[in-house]
Write a protein that binds this ligand. Structure first.
Ligand code: GLN
Length: 454
């Protein structure tokens, strides 16, 4: 804990930690020492971690990367962080992220962008997003692990860009209670770590049924670490042909081939599969996620939380809402609220939202058919490129940024678990990751497959 606090204080220039909690960290570290001395060491005893700014930590600023939550200190603690502290983990502080987890670069953050610790030239590279602060902090050894959330790739894409491991569990495996909501039917929290084994240990500490989240599953949490044998002999690994996009960079295709070789060498069988509706996943996601976001973000009205605009003489409640929301939300969040409101409006509901829901069901069915045919895990790239430079994407055209999510959003729509593992470097020397998609509730088996790629 002391080493991490010193490293964070040294001013890494990464803008990963946006609120530090040294007093809390030292208090928790002392308690962990006492537990160790008493021979009662839980799974994460004394392990210093960072927390994405989306998780409520009691008394600690929790702003979801947004100005509209400026100064908000929750009176409550998220279920995930409650469980982590119970498992002995130590809180170093809050980590940078895209505003309300909307983005793939952390550039929509009210704190300014986080920076990737990997460098190739004078340019500053993005750590990805939205959990970019988490990935940067873990990759730069500022903490031993971090929490992330993944609505459409926000754990897996930054993990791939920073050369670390991240797992998005099955929807319902981890409680969403006390996690600021983006798109509730897609959001899921998970660990971001230096290794598959660490991810298994930390997922075990985060997961489990929670009566406070009606979508949390009442299932026992397996021992994820015990499942890491590296034995995948006879397993069937699906390679979805629709993921082989036109114009896919040669490096990504080569990485994918390398992943197949690694799995084959470990005794698995590589099988060509089809997910025919996967090509509609990105547009489907960018209808459903903004629709849910527009509803979830209606609560930021200048009354209940955080920021309230300064009002002029004669302003009424409508002006208060308008001014507060115009000042508090950044441009990407406003864009999503408007898109979401539009697709939910009476005149367009059937054409957009309802249609997206139907396509979502087809995407889910594709996966169900693949697994029913005996596929154990699906292997695909995590991202279409390595980390790009800050300011390089999404300036004039927001869709350019959305294209980063082409490989990741599919499984969120189906509620499935997915893990990103670092597998190699590109020609510039930047990390690249592969992604494995598993059967619902079978994160233990999924992590064991990922173990082979490590
Ligand atoms: N990049 C995607 C988005 O902007 C996914 C973000 C996420 O998973 N939270 O919506």
């Amino acid at each position: 804990t002391m080493a991490c606090l010193t490293a964070i204080d040294a001013g890494d220039g990464l803008n990963a930690f946006v609120h530090k909690t040294p007093e809390l960290a030292l208090e928790q570290a002392r308690a962990a020492d006492a537990r160790l001395a008493a021979g009662d060491a839980p799974a994460m005893c004394g392990i210093p971690i960072g927390v994405k700014d989306l998780f409520a930590v009691k008394g600690v600023p929790t702003q979801a990367g947004s100005n509209i939550l400026r100064g908000f200190k929750p009176e409550y603690e998220s279920t995930v962080t409650t469980k982590l502290w119970g498992a002995g983990a130590v809180c170093l502080g809050k980590l940078n992220m895209d505003e309300f987890a909307m983005g793939s670069s952390t550039e929509s953050s009210c704190y300014g962008p986080a920076v990737n610790p990997w460098k190739v030239d004078a340019r500053k590279l993005t750590p990805g997003g939205s959990s970019g602060g988490s990935a940067a902090a873990v990759a730069a050894d500022l903490c031993l692990a971090a929490t992330g959330t993944d609505t459409g790739g926000s754990i897996r894409q930054p993990a791939a860009f920073c050369g670390i491991t991240g797992i998005k569990p099955t929807y319902g495996r981890v409680s969403r209670w006390g996690v600021v909501a983006y798109a509730s039917s897609l959001d899921q929290a998970g660990p971001m770590t230096r290794s598959v084994r660490d991810a298994a240990i930390m997922l075990g500490a985060m997961a489990g049924h929670d009566a406070k989240d009606s979508t949390s599953a009442d299932l026992a949490v397996p021992d994820f670490e015990a499942a890491l044998s590296g034995d995948i002999r006879g397993k069937k690994i699906g390679i979805p042909r629709e993921y082989r996009l036109d114009g896919m960079p040669g490096e990504i295709a080569a990485l994918w081939d390398r992943g197949m070789d690694m799995m084959r060498d470990a005794g698995a069988e590589i099988v060509d599969i089809s997910l025919p509706h996967a090509k509609y996943a990105l547009p489907t996601y960018y209808v459903i996620a903004p629709a849910e976001a527009s509803s979830n973000l209606a609560r930021y009205d200048g009354v209940r939380y955080g920021h309230r605009a300064r009002l002029a003489q004669g302003d009424g409640i409508t002006e208060m809402y308008e001014k507060t929301r115009a000042e508090g939300f950044g441009p990407e969040t406003q864009r999503r609220i408007m898109a979401g409101t539009y697709v939910l409006s009476a005149g367009f509901y059937d054409a957009y939202y309802n249609r997206a829901r139907k396509v979502r069901a087809l995407i889910k069915r594709d996966f169900e058919q693949a697994f029913a045919a005996g596929i154990d895990a699906i292997l695909a790239p995590a991202t279409p490129s390595s980390a790009f430079g800050l300011g390089e994407q999404g300036g004039a055209d927001p869709v350019e940024m959305y294209l980063n999510d082409v490989f990741t959003v599919t499984l969120n729509l189906a509620g499935l678990p997915g893990v990103a593992v670092p597998v190699g470097l590109d020609a510039k020397g930047l990390p690249l990751g592969l992604q494995l998609i598993g059967r619902p509730w079978e994160e233990a088996d999924l992590l064991n497959h990922a173990y082979v790629l490590e």
